[in-house]
Design a protein around this ligand. Structure first.
Ligand SMILES: Nc1ncnc2c1ncn2[C@@H]1O[C@H](COP(=O)(O)OP(=O)(O)O)[C@@H](O)[C@H]1O
Ligand SMILES: [Mg+2]
Length: 511
């Protein structure tokens, strides 16, 4: 039976038709993957169902009857709950109090809570959440906090649970835990919608796949077990994309980037401890780590944005010190992790952004004047080469989509033919098609002899792109290995503080 049917639903925002005449259905006891690229309309469609957006036209049916959902409390009353990407928990409260809060009868906080606590305990047990109901939420991992959000929906007697990109913040191990919980939910007859653009997860957990593209429902009946990654990706993107190309280095040369004894302290806290790294010509070194283990600070130090207590950097055998300008002039290019804060000026044009930082190099400036013709010509060429989708090169970068903005940052860095490329989160928020293109260009630069340091929170990206992998944990490099040696589960373990000795057990478990 269909718990939910949405019929001919449309919703526009100024300038965009986010959801375009979509028919949607959800069956009892199924896990549906709502798959689509960024901007496809997935979140908007589900926020309509949850009462956070109003549709312009269309109908929602719940268990065979038309319903009006004006606000989230209407949805919750029907048993429809949504877990957002950003959690809404009070970290000073316990798990149980977070779950009960906002859901209690009017007699406020002085009620005898025994019964409520018991109900929370029972839920945790029934669905194997593995969380202590009396732990403070602030002490929980991200994965556990997410499960608290799911518990909240169950406590509110949800029958339909919508998860918006739930795995974006999780390690591989936490993803396994989440999927075990989803499996229990399915067994107990609940219906789950998981919004994602990750094909691997779709195949791992979903019973059925719906594909949205440009606000339209492309397919609603895809069997993930019978579809290949490439078939799913082609439906999502609307054209053929060669996926997951792994192409390890063929030839490495001398050490081009050498970092020695990088130590960084701030207010008595050790942020980076005795970091030594060597990257050879023709090699991509992937730095794997959960965000917040020092990788941002490492990037700042080795691009000249921050001066650590101790550090020796050599590029191509020559010592480098000073600020960003000195590093840049030594042949180091940087694709920063936050393209909006550090990479681009959104109020400036594509062509100006493409030379930002390089405007006073001889290529673009002569006798103190910008060589406008040269700059415009190069911008034209780069726009074509990198397939930056924009009306023209005078378009303000702020008007570009995430993928196209990232292409501008990438084009700028690569067009300088750097000896060293430092690249952070190169495809975060970028569509499948553009991601594969950006990765191919990074490999090309490597094959031309550059040394590349890749920092990414996306483990699949690290494994796909790196020739060698170093793991950073609490400001230290705890492991270094050629790529292809470790599985993602083993890497995930090292990233969360597991020791190399634990690896044998993990390999065994997953054999
Ligand atoms: N609150 C909003 N205001 C204006 N435009 C929006 C809003 N939310 C989403 N959009 C636009 O609607 C389209 C679909 O967005 P969204 O539903 O978030 O896609 P998805 O979740 O698939 O990435 C995009 O073009 C996005 O820019
Ligand atoms: Mg979304």
């Amino acid at each position: 039976m269909n718990v939910i049917e949405m019929k001919n639903v449309s919703k526009s925002f100024p300038g965009t038709k986010a959801v375009d005449s979509v028919d949607f259905y959800l069956k009892e006891g199924e896990i549906l993957s709502l798959l689509g690229e960024n901007g496809a309309g997935k979140t908007t469609l589900m926020k309509i169902l949850y009462g956070m957006h109003h549709m312009d036209s269309g109908e929602i049916w719940f268990k065979g009857k038309p319903v009006q959902i004006e606000k989230p409390s209407d949805a919750i009353d029907l048993g429809i709950c949504m877990v957002h990407q950003h959690f809404m928990l009070v970290s000073a409260f316990t798990v149980a109090d977070n779950i009960i809060a906002g859901c209690e009868p009017c007699n406020g906080i002085f009620v005898d809570r025994k019964q409520e606590y018991r109900a929370v305990e029972e839920l945790i047990e029934k669905f194997h959440f593995g969380i202590d109901p009396y732990a403070k939420v602030g002490t929980l991992s991200v994965g556990e906090q997410q499960r608290v959000e799911i518990l909240k929906t169950l406590y509110r007697k949800a029958e339909v649970i919508i998860l918006d990109e739930p795995t974006a913040v999780l390690t591989p191990h936490e993803v396994d835990d989440l999927f075990a919980v989803l499996d229990d939910l399915r067994k107990s007859g609940k219906s789950v919608v998981i919004i994602t653009h990750k094909l691997k997860e779709t195949k791992a957990i979903a019973d059925r796949v719906m594909v949205l593209r440009d606000g339209k429902m492309i397919r609603d009946d895809v069997d993930p077990r019978k579809s290949s990654f490439n078939e799913l990706s082609d439906m999502m993107v609307g054209r053929h994309v060669e996926l997951g190309v792994v192409d390890r280095t063929k030839r490495t040369g001398d050490v081009i980037l050498s970092i020695r004894d990088l130590c960084l302290e701030e207010k008595g806290h050790v942020l980076l401890q005795n970091i030594d790294l060597d990257i050879h010509s023709g090699e991509i070194l992937g730095l794997a780590g959960i965000e917040g283990n020092g990788q941002s600070q490492l990037l700042e130090c080795i691009t000249g944005l921050r001066t650590p207590q101790t550090m020796t950097v050599m590029i191509d055998g020559k010592p480098v010190s000073g600020g960003p300008r000195e590093f840049l002039l030594s042949g180091l290019a940087h694709i920063p992790e936050d393209r909006n804060a550090m990479g681009l000026v959104s109020t400036m044009s594509i062509s100006d952004n493409l030379i930002l930082g390089y405007q006073d190099t001889p290529a673009f400036s002569q006798h103190g004047l910008l060589r406008q013709q040269r700059i415009q010509q190069q911008a034209q060429e780069l726009r074509e080469e990198f397939q930056i989708k924009a009306p023209d090169i005078q378009t303000k970068v702020g008007a570009l989509s995430g993928g196209n903005a990232q292409k501008v940052v990438t084009a700028r860095a690569l067009s300088q033919r750097p000896k060293v490329l430092i690249v952070a989160q190169p495809t975060r928020g970028v569509d499948v098609g553009a991601s594969e293109y950006i990765r191919a260009r990074i490999r090309q630069l490597r094959d031309e002899g550059a040394a590349v340091l890749l920092v990414s929170a996306d483990l699949d990206e690290i494994m796909q792109l790196s020739d060698r992998i170093a793991v950073i944990y609490e400001g230290k490099i705890v492991y270094e290995t050629p790529a292809d040696v470790l599985s993602d589960v083993e890497l995930g373990m090292l990233m969360t503080g597991g020791s190399p000795e634990d690896l044998k057990g993990a390999a065994h478990r997953h054999a």
